[in-house]
Design a protein around this ligand. Structure first.
Ligand SMILES: Cc1cc2nc3c(=O)[nH]c(=O)nc-3n(C[C@H](O)[C@H](O)[C@H](O)COP(=O)(O)OP(=O)(O)OC[C@H]3O[C@@H](n4cnc5c(N)ncnc54)[C@H](O)[C@@H]3O)c2cc1C
Length: 431
């Protein structure tokens, strides 16, 4: 049969000497499409703003999707009846993914948590971006930030299809590594000493959930036998995901250096650790994991690398005391969860009635008027951040960043009316 549509002719093309930069203008430019950036972009679009959402990865969703985190924690208060502390896109996710069986709220640790199918979350994000007419720009790495008279004027980004310039009235740094604030030449923080470990997550299949050991049983066995298997970390867990056919395994500790060669090397070493974990699980718990295999490795899971210096430095004392700041924009009850030892993490849970808050000042670099950070790169000490960087409060921070920039307009986020911001995000700080 003849193919009428197919034309075998070609055309010859050659790169011009100076290819034109693609230029894009928006009201709101969000860099980083993890859970905090997605929240900021959706909130901005719902405010009627023209939004662009940029990420260096070739797909949206950040660590929540591509590092396969598997559960949204810090969204509910402590205890089996912990109340929901964050709304906005959290309500949409609970409703939409819950209705298709891709998200289940169940007890995990100290509070109810939302266990989700990461593939479904990724598609949910993409559908929302299309529905709300947000411009996606993926595979775009930030190369240069133009900061002029305290305002971010433009970003230069490199993509595999050519360079792009983005101009906007307001910018959100939701990159997790404070990439925008760093490139703007503003102050950032890094750990003064030591390492904050990330983890190589993986999804496994063909396990028997009925015989799956508890977190405590797994950790006890790793402590006894982990050395035999060459395991770095001596604790961790395997939790089944909605549907019961797959489970996430979080049992590794991997460094996340800010050096490009080191980061590349450590990414592979993380998978080696994950493979040793599989051998351990299969051998030590054959009833549950004897036939299990790795279905997917996440991209390197990064807890903390570099973060901003903001107008407020959130301290662990403020977290422990549950200080309710006048400019509070997010809250959580999640424990302090420090990953600064290769062998395991230090866990400090709070009482059932405890809640702590994130002030807007921790999101705002003092040297810029139209730039707000959101997510795991806001300002705090490393212990305070070990709690407030989880996804529940990240969603609230993204929403607050979008509202603050909307209120600031062509003015400064440092001069917006705190009461006006509070009114807009009240559901995330009041019952
Ligand atoms: C192993 C591990 C387990 C965790 N477990 C849980 C858990 O069970 N529950 C929970 O709620 N939280 C958990 N956390 C914490 C939580 O997942 C993260 O803190 C949260 O997802 C961070 O979201 P984010 O939007 O701030 O950043 P990210 O999800 O890291 O998104 C940042 C995005 O910015 C992009 N980006 C970075 N630099 C650039 C650049 N220069 N140019 C362009 N794009 C850039 C990245 O590609 C990325 O997509 C865990 C974290 C880790 C690492």
């Amino acid at each position: 049969m003849q193919n009428q549509a197919f034309r075998p002719e070609t055309r010859v093309v050659r790169r011009r000497d100076a290819p034109a930069l693609r230029e894009h203008r928006a009201d709101l430019c969000v860099v980083g499409a993890g859970i905090s950036g997605v929240s900021a972009a959706i909130e901005g679009a719902r405010l009627g703003r023209n939004v662009i959402l940029i990420d260096g990865l070739p797909a949206l969703g950040g660590q929540a999707v591509h590092s396969i985190i598997g559960m949204i924690v810090g969204l509910f208060g402590n205890g089996p009846n912990g109340k929901q502390l964050t709304h906005g896109i959290a309500d949409d996710l609970l409703r939409d993914l819950g209705s298709t069986g891709d998200l289940e709220v169940r007890m995990g640790g100290v509070s109810p948590n939302a266990f989700y199918n990461e593939v479904a979350l990724g598609r949910w994000v993409e559908r929302k971006i299309l529905e709300l007419k947000i411009t996606p720009l993926v595979g775009a790495i930030l190369r240069h930030v133009h900061l002029e008279r305290r305002r971010v004027a433009a970003l230069e980004l490199a993509t595999r299809y050519g360079d792009v310039v983005v101009r906007a009235a307001g910018f959100v740094d939701a990159t997790g590594d404070a990439a925008l604030v760093w490139q703007a030449g503003l102050d950032c923080r890094e750990p003064a000493e030591g390492v904050i470990y990330g983890s190589q997550m993986m999804v496994i299949e063909n396990f028997d959930d009925a015989h799956r050991p508890t977190r405590e049983e797994i950790s006890a066995r790793i402590r006894d036998r982990g050395e035999h298997y060459g395991m770095t970390r001596r604790d961790g867990f395997a939790m089944s995901l909605p549907g019961g056919h797959t489970a996430i395994v979080n049992m590794t500790h991997v460094e996340n250096p800010l050096d490009p060669f080191g980061a590349s090397q450590k990414g592979i070493e993380g998978k080696e650790q994950a493979d040793r974990t599989m051998v351990f699980l299969r051998s030590e718990f054959p009833e549950a994991f004897g036939a299990a295999s790795v279905r997917a490795y996440g991209l390197p899971g990064i807890r903390q690398t570099r973060w901003i210096v903001g107008s407020h430095h959130l301290t662990v004392e403020e977290v422990r005391q549950g200080v309710k700041f006048a400019d509070a924009i997010a809250r959580t009850a999640w424990p302090l969860e420090q990953h600064h030892h290769a062998e395991g993490y230090v866990w400090e849970p709070f009482a059932e009635d405890h809640v702590h808050y994130v002030p807007f000042g921790s999101l705002t670099p003092p040297g810029a008027d139209n730039l707000v950070a959101a997510g795991r790169c806001i300002d705090g000490d490393a212990t305070a951040l070990s709690s407030v960087r989880v996804m529940g409060p990240c969603i609230a921070m993204g929403a607050a960043a979008a509202h603050a920039l909307d209120l600031a307009g062509t003015g400064s986020v440092h001069q917006i009316d705190p009461a006006a911001l509070r009114r807009r995000i009240r559901a995330n700080i009041e019952d």
